[in-house]
Design a protein around this ligand. Structure first.
Ligand SMILES: Nc1ncnc2c1ncn2[C@@H]1O[C@H](COP(=O)(O)OP(=O)(O)OP(=O)(O)O)[C@@H](O)[C@H]1O
Length: 331
């Protein structure tokens, strides 16, 4: 049984298609990342699972409970941190922790107090007098103190400083060690890379990619600017057709960009995206040759390919154009 499963889940708000045939399967007991640009539909998806948004069509289940017909049971299985958690402003933090611990069958005041302490939160203050980050810590103490089978966190580390973010991510890993499934919606690639076992990318209301992160370990991504100013900007022959790629090149795309590089002549630059598999011993000499023979290529940046490289690939392709299939490392 999946912890979370959706089948062609769709939601339309008037003319806005927030979810479009969204298919998702989240295995039990893992930390699962959900990424996507603003407006991709992440919050709508999470809210649909919990019954806060009624889907226009499609199906979904949480721990086997149908999201349309067993909404109460679904909520009993889930500890949910909304993206815009709002708490009663006149209440003190301590009273809020008590109230939420009583409300949920898997809640625990002691555990929530312990989380608040780890996050260094003074729970004696009234919510109205807390800073944005303090309110976020309070909401996290409610949710991460809960032992529900599924924990859904919509941008949990927004507004938190780096030290608190690290503590929150530790708590997420601890939740997994207790057998909980955690869904983490975030814009922060490093949080996803360091914490998640698997991640999905949403775009325009659909899941466009889903990956186990350990499968990305032997991939490197290369980004470089291609500046017409220094010579021809076209791809070399060997990179124009997949059939002639060197064996370690898993992906290659030249993307026109106006974002990154104002060119001296004001023209848009192009960006080369490469994905290379295997040991650097194999591909570093090839990359050095490529640069030596292609003067337009500059500002090479090589990184271990985390989820960001997959994200860039999917987001750099226009919506009406198919993204090349993902090539997993063959080793
Ligand atoms: N209640 C609503 N009424 C109308 N449109 C909505 C509503 N909720 C969401 N939308 C629209 O649905 C789309 C998806 O929004 P959603 O909040 O799910 O995106 P998101 O991926 O969570 O974005 P972000 O990263 O900015 O939080 C957006 O176009 C948004 O304007």
């Amino acid at each position: 049984m999946w912890a979370i499963e959706t089948n062609r889940l769709s939601k339309r708000f008037g003319e806005v298609h927030s979810l479009v045939d969204c298919n998702l399967q989240v295995p039990q007991g893992i930390v699962f990342g959900l990424l996507g640009p603003n407006g991709a539909g992440k919050s709508t998806l999470l809210r649909s699972l919990l019954g806060f948004v009624r889907p226009t069509s499609g199906q979904g289940a949480v721990c086997g409970y149908n999201i349309l017909h067993h909404s109460l049971q679904v909520r009993q299985q889930v500890a949910y941190l909304p993206g815009d958690a709002r708490l009663y402003r006149s209440m003190r933090g301590s009273r809020i922790l008590e109230m939420f611990a009583e409300l949920h069958p898997c809640g625990s005041l002691l555990r929530s107090q312990a989380v608040a302490q780890r996050l260094d939160l003074d729970v004696s203050r009234r919510v109205a007098f807390m800073s944005t980050g303090m309110r976020q810590k309070l909401a996290l103490a409610i949710v991460l103190g809960n032992r529900a089978p599924v924990v859904i966190l919509d941008e949990p580390t927004a507004n938190l400083d780096p030290a608190v973010t690290a503590s929150v991510l530790d708590l997420v890993r601890e939740a997994r060690s207790h057998g909980q499934t955690v869904v983490l919606s975030s814009h922060i690639f490093s949080d996803i890379d360091s914490t998640c076992d698997e991640a999905a990318i949403m775009r325009s209301g659909s899941i466009v990619a889903q990956h186990r992160l350990d499968e990305l370990a032997s991939l490197h991504s290369v980004q470089a600017l291609v500046s017409k100013h220094n010579g021809p900007a076209e791809l070399p022959l060997s990179l124009r057709d997949e059939a002639t790629y060197p064996p370690f090149v898993k992906f290659c795309q030249l993307v026109t960009t106006t974002r990154n590089a104002p060119q001296p002549n004001g023209e848009p630059a192009a960006k080369l995206l490469l994905q290379l598999n295997g040991s650097g011993r194999d591909w570093l000499p090839w990359l050095a040759d490529l640069q030596a023979n292609w003067p337009a290529l500059c500002e090479l940046k090589i990184e271990r390919a985390g989820i960001r490289s997959i994200y860039d690939r999917h987001l750099s392709t226009p919506t009406n154009q198919a993204v090349p299939p993902v090539q997993e490392p063959s080793n």
